[in-house]
Design a protein around this ligand. Structure first.
Ligand SMILES: O=C(O)CCC(=O)C(=O)O
Length: 377
């Protein structure tokens, strides 16, 4: 590491440590992290990105162009019922089979709420680093929470160019309110309100997909633990990067969740891998991006696909994505589910307790679809 960076790090850590050394008892972690975050590095405007962020060539697969992931209008499904609702439900099912990724419009979440969410998140990210670091990422095997970095497994880990803010929305036992920012003042209330709306949408999607699998509407919701399902907000902050082609915003992965809803800021950066090629998703203003997580691929015995995706970064602008993962409770024991009245005799995946899946997921570098593939029989 060049001496200039090292001395900036030392001075920064020294100055930052005192004001909040006593908060939350995670002093050591803050010392390690403050200037290592992507935002802090981005601000230094170094001529070259630090080597820990540089991806080897084989992990920088080129992108092919723009993709046309399906766009589904949910208006009739949410408000109309009848034949047109059925058509929309079929479109959701087909998108989950073919892509595992789609955008939804008329999804029932108001534009003003989405704008409020973007605003409070941006206000948080614009706070001085010492304010944000009052809640440094707390690492527990299943439940990282707070602000900082995830998937920083060892000194050899190649880091992604992203800072994260993670807050548990549900169940109450996992919320850890002291890790929710109290600045800006509207953060908690806004995220709670948005979280409640996204949960409704995610449950609707689960209901549709349950029916498509020949199950009762509430089957998957219950299988994932009902009110004990884990709903987690993850803010991804991808600051501007002077050498965007050398780094990855978020390495290729499929989500460990059941279903994920992403609120974007209209900046391109999300890419999906279809038939071996990377494609950039063009975010539609007002739309939300929905994708299947590994648990849907598992319970549907591979019928729904948790598509591999990644995030790239840019030199001209930062990017922010606000993601809500809906995941099973850790005690849920999950495997391919046979449709009602039938027997599954061709399961291609082994069943697993979700807590065990998550423990492996959170404690390894992101690497494509290796987690779900490890359950293949
Ligand atoms: O920021 C994005 O577009 C992708 C986010 C993502 O894949 C994740 O948070 O798991």
């Amino acid at each position: 590491m060049p001496w200039r960076v090292e001395s900036v790090r030392w001075v920064f850590n020294f100055l930052c440590a005192f004001p909040y050394a006593s908060t939350l008892g995670t002093y050591t972690q803050k010392l390690l992290m403050a200037v290592d975050l992507a935002q802090a590095i981005s601000k230094q405007q170094l001529p070259e990105v630090p080597s820990r962020f540089v991806q080897p060539l084989h992990r920088r697969e080129p992108c092919h162009g723009h993709s046309s992931i399906p766009v589904i209008d949910l208006h009739d499904l949410l408000h109309q019922g009848g034949h047109s609702a059925h058509i929309a439900a079929q479109a959701v099912t087909k998108a989950c089979e073919e892509w595992g990724f789609f955008q939804v419009i008329n999804h029932g979440i108001s534009t003003s709420l989405m704008e409020d969410v973007r605003r409070v998140v941006k206000e948080f990210l614009n706070l001085p680093m010492e304010e944000k670091m009052k809640r440094p990422m707390k690492f527990e095997p299943y439940h990282p929470t707070g602000y900082g970095r995830t998937f920083d497994i060892s000194e050899d880990t190649i880091l992604d160019w992203v800072d994260a803010l993670i807050n548990y929305i549900s169940p109450p036992a996992l919320k850890d309110p002291e890790y929710w920012p109290d600045k800006p003042a509207a953060y908690r209330e806004t995220i709670e309100a948005y979280g409640a709306e996204v949960i409704k949408l995610e449950k609707t999607m689960l209901g549709i997909l349950s029916k498509s699998l020949g199950l009762d509407f509430s089957h998957l919701e219950e299988a994932f633990g009902g009110d004990e399902a884990q709903v987690v907000l993850r803010v991804n902050h991808y600051p501007r990067c002077q050498q965007p082609d050398l780094v990855m915003g978020l390495s290729p992965h499929s989500d460990g969740s059941a279903i994920t809803v992403l609120l974007h800021d209209e900046v391109e950066g999300l890419q999906v891998k279809k038939d071996g090629l990377w494609w950039t998703v063009k975010p539609i203003p007002g739309a939300l991006i929905v994708n299947m997580g590994d648990m849907m691929q598992l319970v549907s015995n591979g019928r729904f696909t948790s598509m591999e995706h990644r995030a790239v970064v840019r030199s001209d602008t930062e990017r922010i994505s606000i993601v809500v993962f809906y995941a099973p409770t850790v005690s849920a024991f999950l495997g391919p589910i046979a449709p009602k009245g039938t027997q599954q005799n061709t399961a291609i995946y082994k069943p697993i307790k979700y807590g065990d899946y998550l423990a492996t997921y959170m404690n390894k570098e992101l690497q494509g679809k290796d987690r779900i593939n490890s359950l293949l029989i």
